[in-house]
Ligand binder design. Sequence first.
Ligand SMILES: Cc1ncc(COP(=O)(O)O)c(C=O)c1O
Length: 458
Amino acid sequence: MTTNADWISRSLAHVWHPCTQMRDHEAGGALPLVPIASAEGVWLTDFDGKRYIDAVSSWWTNIFGHRNPRIVERVKAQLDRLDHVLLGGFSHQPVVELSERLVRIAPKSAGSEALTRCFYADNGSSAIEVALKMSAHYWRNVGQPGKTRFIALDNAYHGETLGALGVSGEGMYRDAYSPLMQPPIVVPSPDCFDRTPGESWEDYTRRRFRLMEETLAKHAHEVAAVIVEPLVQCAGGMRMYHPIYLKLLRDACTRHGVHYIADEIAVGFGRTGRMFANEWSQTTPDFLCLSKGLTGGTLPLAVTMTTNTVYEAFYADYAAQRAFLHSHSYTGNPLACAAALGALDLFEQEDWTARNRITSAGIWGLMGELATHRNVIDLRQQGMILAVEIARNPRKREAYPASERRGLRVYRHGLEHGVLLRPLGNVIYLMPPYVIDDDALVQMCRVAIDGIHAATRD
Ligand SMILES: Cc1ncc(COP(=O)(O)O)c(C=O)c1O
């Protein structure tokens, strides 16, 4: 029998873990490494037999629980038929069926062109790269080669590859690499955390949009696209804003001749309370980037959906050299597509929007007691995302210094008590798989609340 200790030491010998100061993982360090042996539903089990509720859906991917039977069945059946084939020059059943179904369910709105073309990649950052490259290349192909810049929101996060990081906000993810990237035009975020007391979310969001409108008016001639995370800036601390922003953005982009790229990698597939966040404002972007929940969190896959107008700008005789020459080896992998078909089956079998409405009301009901906690500056929720922001002095809007690592205290408390929470600095959030049952939900909330009390005691 192997134990946690065996796997920790073997892991530390050769595995460089992502997004981590590796020293924190060493014995006695701030971040104990947890080797996982198996998983089922919302539960992860380590090699010593301890169980943890996956309250962050394994980086927001796992919407239907681990090893969901429908998805497992689809992947196993596919594995018996076709494992992988290049998508360059070849096609296969799962990628065709998946594309047809994605086109059917993509957000639609009167007056906007539908998303009918699917370009695949194998992770979210690559889907963003595709959208950025396709947008700029589109303008080149239609005779406007000067449109090469991007507008992004402050505090945005779109991934780690240089292009995706390039349109992400300033901060620790980006600082070391700034000299390697072309800076975007950054517009202040509509994030309602900063609204004035008494101001509604909608009024604040509308007010903030004026800055976007001004920027578009000034820079449209050199800008290919505006990229945003609809409704929730997840990695930026689960900061939220009103859907009116998306409607205003869609209209302004059309008026100014600029693409609208919606990064629904984290919020797509029901997370915000609708299948896609853009549905809250009945908007259709020019590019829709999806990943994470696309396969129910089982296998890596991403897709960038776009319109026929964009597609047509690349469609020409070979000699015209207008094709989109971009690829990844595992683009449209059949097993990953089969997993995605399984996830879409699950969406068809049950009304998850209705079920999540009940679950998210339950989470709000349990976490509501934190609203009066002396160190809670904000408690916010959008669908199946609830965030608690802690601060040293909420009245004076004085944050805890990052060096105090308060969130880490909550993380450790969570692990001790069987819940995987992974706070973003001073923001503790719950983003569980949709299949969470009442008992696990109560345990998750109780542990998060107790962890916040413990982390703010001194
Ligand atoms: C909104 C958003 N965009 C892009 C990404 C990047 O996706 P990936 O980690 O699969 O590259 C993430 C990842 O968290 C994300 O939250």
